[in-house]
Design a protein around this ligand. Structure first.
Ligand code: FES
Length: 79
């Protein structure tokens, strides 16, 4: 069983660059939310989700790790 936690209680607005690979923290242990800082290895959490966007945009990335549409917030943090 993975040791995942909530990394926050609300999404973070991020300016994403086109074509750049990002590592979204899926375990909640990163101190660099919403992105991975490698802490999943130490804490036994799940691996980050690598993603990129085709066009630069601002996106609200999930920190609660309950989203059904990672890395994006889908409102699940309110549950
Ligand atoms: S911050 Fe996780 S669903 Fe909104």
């Amino acid at each position: 069983m993975e040791n995942n936690i909530r990394g926050g209680d609300a999404p973070i607005a991020c300016d994403l660059e086109a074509g750049k690979n990002y590592a979204w923290c899926s375990c909640g242990h990163s101190a660099d939310q919403p992105f991975c800082n490698g802490n999943h290895k130490k804490e036994g959490g799940t691996n980050p989700v690598i993603f990129s966007v085709e066009e630069a945009k601002e996106a609200y990335l999930c920190t609660c790790k309950q989203t059904g549409n990672p890395p994006y917030c889908d409102g699940s943090h309110k549950n």
